[in-house]
Design a protein around this ligand. Structure first.
Ligand SMILES: Nc1ncnc2c1ncn2[C@@H]1O[C@H](COP(=O)(O)OP(=O)(O)O)[C@@H](O)[C@H]1O
Ligand SMILES: [Mg+2]
Length: 398
């Protein structure tokens, strides 16, 4: 893996950040030659040498898995969830676990999930105890779901049949929220009945993630909540060290730490992207910052639009985010939103909107009554344009 590897495709950043290139079984670390420039590589990191500043998290997640706990790695986009998951899977696979990585982006049905798991299990030759084999046909190439078998039953039988220590990493698990009821039932059953299987999930925002972390009394996972590892931005000091090391690897003298860190905060994804622009592609500092922000804003807007899809009053959410660029106290935000949209909102409607933004990791509550935008890119979004766009599109429906 070398820097610049994914610069060619038009959607290169999306690809690099999402790693939606496929569902990968991790069995061994990629070879990293000492001294090669890896920190500013845009792919999710896979081995410890490539992973900056997350040793404690790697050790912690591994310990939890070994102790039989399931884990959710949470945090905003670009904060390093996929990288942490991949390194953990990699290391556990060296410690005798079977490790399976599943990227849930784009998976919307249990059938898709089952197909991917069957595929990965066949590839990795996980030992199965399919004695009942109610739902499967066992052939030389592995197993296939019998015709007419129900997906729910198949998935459950498959997970219950796994007969060696196996860790399954499901990246961006919230994508499965449409099937969360059935999925949670299966998980609850597996947790109770097959201690050889552990799950590590990652998630950028709630829905299923919340259901996993704080299962309600009706949930099959009630009383056995996964452990949450919340990834946060790096401090200024660590961000500085990351940039210093990255540029060092490339033999580049770099001094503009404050300029970069003030603009990008300690979000490792943005720092990596900046480092790639400046250090690998050779753009100047200003140009690299501009490109990083351009890409970051594009990604944020697409996340926002995803979030807004099912929201009735889109302008309210956008106006809150817009206000948070300048003010951070509850009253001031509400005042700014009312002024911006020219109408009053009830406290409940306003609080619900703010909470939804918090749940989706766009906004953070700093302390009682005080909030801030979680990602520096959210400061750079043109909210007026988005508000105009949504006012236009909602007009005909009125
Ligand atoms: N600890 C780390 N050290 C070095 N680079 C990292 C680290 N964590 C993430 N990155 C880089 O940051 C970007 C985003 O990481 P990723 O793991 O995809 O985040 P997420 O899954 O939270 O969106 C990638 O380019 C990745 O290479
Ligand atoms: Mg990811």
């Amino acid at each position: 893996m070398y820097p610049g590897l994914c610069v060619k495709a038009i959607t290169w950043l999306e690809k690099c950040l999402d790693d939606s290139s496929g569902d990968i079984l991790i069995t061994a670390g990629s070879s990293v030659t000492a001294g090669s420039a890896v920190l500013f590589d845009l792919h999710p990191k896979e081995v410890r040498d490539e992973l900056f500043g997350r040793d404690e998290e790697v050790e912690y997640v591994k310990r939890q898995v070994r102790a039989g706990n399931w884990v959710v790695i949470s945090g905003q986009r670009g904060i390093g969830k996929t990288s942490l998951l991949k390194v953990v899977l990699n290391e556990l696979s060296r410690d005798g676990f079977r490790a399976i990585y599943v990227n849930a982006r784009g998976i919307t049905t249990l059938r898709d999930l089952l197909a991917i798991l069957i595929n990965e299990i066949n590839k990795s030759r996980v030992r199965l105890r399919l004695t009942v084999s109610l739902n499967f046909i066992i052939g030389s190439a592995g197993i296939t779901l019998s015709r007419g078998s129900r997906v729910f039953n198949g998935l459950l039988e498959l997970l219950l049949s796994i007969d060696e220590d196996t860790v399954i990493g499901i990246d961006e698990v919230q994508e499965l929220s449409r099937v969360s009821g059935q999925f949670l039932k299966i998980l609850g059953n597996v947790f109770a009945s097959n201690p050889r299987v552990s799950f590590v999930f990652t998630g950028s925002y709630v829905g299923l993630v919340k259901a996993l972390l704080r299962p309600s009394p009706e949930s099959p996972l009630y009383g056995r909540p996964p452990v949450e590892v919340r990834l946060r931005s790096f401090s200024d000091e660590l961000s500085r060290e990351f940039l210093r090391r990255g540029f060092n690897e490339l033999g580049i003298q770099f001094h503009a730490f404050d300029t970069v860190i003030n603009r990008l905060d300690g979000v490792i994804g943005w720092l990596t992207l900046f480092g790639n622009y400046h250090g690998v592609r050779g753009l100047g500092i200003e140009d690299s910052l501009r490109e990083t922000v351009n890409e970051g804003v594009k990604i944020m807007i697409s996340e926002l639009e995803h979030f807004l899809e099912d929201k009735a009053n889109k302008a309210l959410y956008l106006a809150i985010l817009s206000a948070l660029r300048f003010v951070n106290r509850w009253k001031d935000i509400k005042f700014a939103v009312t002024a911006r949209l020219g109408r009053e909102f009830g406290d409940r409607e306003f609080v619900n909107a703010l909470n939804a933004l918090i749940n989706y990791n766009f906004v953070e509550r700093v302390r009682e009554g005080e909030y801030r935008l979680i990602d520096p890119m959210l400061r750079e979004v043109d909210y007026d344009e988005l508000i105009r766009k949504y006012s236009r599109t909602s007009e005909p429906q009125r």
